[in-house]
Unconditional design. Structure first.
Length: 288
């Protein structure tokens, strides 16, 4: 599976030493990750390893061994909750490989109620923090949500409305709040924001809808757990030809307005100002 991930069209891959590995296999999994980092052709992928939680008996050895792997780009720290843990992780990586050309980045997995409460402080915890990931499965468990599908709202989480909006017809999104809070924290401190996976990988429609939602909100990417999810998820994050054309028209209209001394312009019956331009420039950037 790891070799297949290295060959896949994914933009980034993380090798999991935490939830995917039973306790008795932790040492073997670490050895396998080190070998994979050294021997597989990862191309231009960003390669990370999800280590075990800070209170795990195996994490210290994991950080020491992984810091010595030149091809490693980042470690993903699960169940991130405390600023001190992030600083200690950075110190352990630096101490293990002081001669590294560039430090191993730290990506924080926000997947508990306490982690979400502290997400802003965690985002600013250390200069080596590069991304925030939303751990949708463990977060749902942490808050007591009654859901059996990773990344999906509980089927009974619905709005009780008036006569035109019944309990059966208006579903709600369990992850709207944690997604937005993590996204704002990431943007406030210049980090990438990565949404958690859609666990029902055989449901192509749910996989696509989940990715489209994250992309529309402004997330930079989304985890997937099966190769069949890669193509549809990547498409969701690429703007359509129409979106790109509209964005370029907005940028061009503002350039023409500036040439005439104006800071706003009307385009297709709508006012366009610099806020629109900044949004349009992101769309153009995503398309390149």
């Amino acid at each position: 599976m790891v070799a297949g991930a290295a060959r896949s069209p994914a933009d980034a891959v993380f090798i999991d030493l935490e939830d995917a590995v039973p306790p008795a296999e932790k040492a073997a999994a670490l050895a396998g990750a080190v070998t994979a980092l050294a021997e597989l052709d990862w191309g231009h992928k960003l390669v990370s390893v999800r280590v075990n939680a800070a209170d795990s008996p195996s994490v210290a050895e994991e950080l020491r061994a992984l810091a010595l792997c030149p091809r490693l780009d980042a470690v993903i720290l699960p169940k991130a909750e405390q600023v001190g843990t992030v600083a200690a992780t950075a110190q352990a990586l630096s101490a293990a490989a002081p001669a590294r050309a560039r430090p191993v980045a730290i990506e924080l997995l926000i997947e508990t109620a306490r982690g979400l409460v502290n997400v802003e402080a965690l985002a600013a915890a250390h200069p080596d923090v590069g991304a925030l990931h939303l751990g949708v499965g463990d977060l749902a468990a942490s808050i007591g949500a009654r859901s059996s599908t990773i990344g999906a709202s509980p089927s009974s989480y619905r709005h009780v409305g008036g006569p035109d909006a019944s309990y059966e017809s208006v579903p709600l999104d369990l992850f709207a709040y944690p997604m937005m809070r993590l996204l704002v924290a990431a943007r406030a401190f210049g980090l990438r924001a990565i949404d958690g996976p859609c666990g029902d990988f055989k449901d192509a429609r749910l996989t696509e809808a989940s990715a489209v939602k994250a992309a529309a909100m402004g997330f930079d990417g989304k985890q997937v757990i099966h190769p069949d999810q890669i193509a549809v998820t990547k498409r969701a994050f690429l703007p359509s030809e129409q979106e790109v054309a509209t964005a370029r028209r907005i940028v061009e209209a503002m350039e023409q307005a500036e040439a005439h001394g104006h800071g706003a312009v009307t385009l297709d019956g709508k006012m366009i100002d610099y806020a629109n331009v900044r949004m349009a420039q992101r769309v153009v950037l995503l398309a390149t």
